[in-house]
Design a protein. Structure first.
Lengths: 232, 93
């Protein structure tokens, strides 16, 4: 059985900092350490927050709203590893045990990588080759040369996704939210023409419809009960 | 709803412009509401403090860690710190 731990986070730019409480006791149970030569210092253990004290596979789970510019259809069963060639082009490769995956990654095919710390997101395949394992070359540029094989099996791709890229694409929201988006686009088009009055009107309609959509998902009566100290 | 239907309602035939504004609209929708939700699992690495947030993220809804205040391998929400801890990260990356 795993042991209980205590974590906390804070945000730094586009990163999340994960901290773990070091619960090993400090000498004497004091909240300071004393060294005759160095004097009094803050404790290095005993309740201090530090970077994670142990590796945990899939330990961090982030729930978030995403751009919504694609819809997931089929999730792959193969893990991905990353590597980069000297030209700084990102490549992925699947495990040898998964066999030939080239039919899934033809030129121009878009796929979505998930659970990768650095390369999660939409990528487009330029080509894919199979020799022992499938190597997928993307048109994603990477800075420098990364180390191949740093991903683990929990990194996978949605190789079959519906990307919002033409008139036949389905907008991945419900119909009411779709109507709200009509107002949003009208507002942006009015902004382009410099008609700020109409822009403000359409934007207000957009916000109103989004609010109504949120409100419509909460059913039942809404009432505020008087508190225990209310005058009766 | 298809993009085509939306274009007819808007009354504009410029596909590229409409798609660009539609993507902006979806971002705004997901910022003020919660239409498209996803979960991402990332490995916690020993002594690594900073982890990149997903590139397509618009709004963080929850941050959970396995075995936080439990021994059942459950993911539980972790609190946000006010301020930074006084123990710095070894490499700050």
């Amino acid at each position: 059985m795993a042991s209980a731990k205590e974590y906390a986070y804070y945000i730094r730019g586009n990163q999340v900092a994960i901290l773990q409480k070091d619960t090993t006791s400090s000498s004497g149970g004091l909240n300071y350490e004393y060294d005759p030569s160095a004097g009094i210092e803050l404790p290095t253990s005993g309740g201090t927050w530090k970077s994670p004290l142990a590796a945990v596979e899939n330990g961090l789970q982030i729930e978030y709203t995403h751009e919504g510019a694609w819809e997931y259809i089929t999730k792959s069963t193969h893990g991905l590893y990353d590597e980069a060639d000297d030209a700084g082009v990102l490549k992925f490769r699947t495990k040898a045990s998964h066999g030939d995956q080239t039919p899934l990654y033809t030129a121009g095919h878009k796929f979505l990588v998930r659970n990768s710390e650095n390369f999660s997101g939409l990528h487009e395949a330029v080509s894919s080759t199979f020799s022992t394992y499938t190597t997928i070359t993307t048109n994603t540029k990477v800075k420098g040369k990364s180390v191949a094989g740093i991903f683990t099996d929990n990194v996978y791709s949605y190789y079959d996704i519906d990307v919002l890229d033409d008139e036949d694409s389905i907008i991945p929201v419900n119909s009411y939210q779709g109507l709200a988006l009509v107002y949003y686009i009208k507002a942006r088009l009015m902004e382009d023409t410099g008609d700020i009055k109409k822009r403000d009107f359409f934007m207000a309609q957009f916000h109103k419809m989004v609010e109504q959509d949120n409100s419509s998902k909460i059913y039942g009566a809404r009432s505020i009960a008087p508190g225990p100290n209310a005058i009766r | 709803m298809k993009v085509m239907e939306l274009m007819e309602r808007v009354g504009d035939t410029r596909t590229g412009v409409i798609l660009a504004y539609l993507k902006d609209g979806l971002k705004e929708l997901n910022r003020i509401s919660e239409a498209n939700i996803n979960e991402e699992n990332i490995n916690l690495v020993l002594n690594q403090r900073f982890y990149n947030l997903p590139r397509d993220m618009v709004k963080v809804l929850d941050i959970r860690v396995k075995n936080h205040l439990n021994t059942k391998d459950e993911y539980r929400s972790i609190p946000r710190m006010i301020g930074n801890p006084f123990v710095p990260d070894s490499d700050n990356t």
